[in-house]
Design a binder for this molecule. Sequence first.
Ligand SMILES: [Zn+2]
Length: 232
Amino acid sequence: MTPTEAKQKLIDAGKILEAEGHHDMTRGHISVRVPGKPELFYMKPHSIGFEEMTMDNIIVCNIEGEKVEGTAPRHSEVFIHSEIFRVRPDINSVIHSHPDHAVAVSTLGRPIRAWSQPSALFVDRVGWFTDTIDLIRRKDQGAGVAKALGPHNVCMMKSHGVALAGSSIEEAVITGIMLENACRIQLLIEAAGNPQKEFPPDDLKLLQDKITRPEQMVVNFEYLRRKVKRAG
Ligand SMILES: [Zn+2]
């Protein structure tokens, strides 16, 4: 992937996240490592919505969280990204957002239950950050989120939002959309009452293997890319 392709994918990912329930005015952010320079990452700037990224306003930050290229302002919560990139060489893209249903589940503090297909991605596979509801504006706070994330691709940040990590932009975005779906369905089930038994772990594992394949992430990301393009 060339740097231009990476930036274009970041721009399209922003449009997808805005369309799929991850927007909260200008408060979300997404990043991807610069191809061939893993200590640097492209990031959405501060003060704009997910869908407003362009080739010109995307900034470049380093692993210390410092802006090294670009004129647009940097998110103060850059440390969520830099500290995850620091400890997870397998991760190439990070998202922080405030999707309503996932925030509600994060506040309840309940585990994700095996009540839907998207939930299979998250049962026993999410970290929990409960230190603060405040913005993550310091390196040690970012390190706390990265520690809470652990080996997973999702960190529920209590009463605040989510940190999503992926080996690719596709994986981070689709994981975030499936998480919000799983949380919405879980809240509907809990609100209806009398939740039924969950599927057994073996069944769940079979489904996990199918829905976590990288090619599935790409297929679904490309579909959503076409969808936002059609919508203009
Ligand atoms: Zn936030």
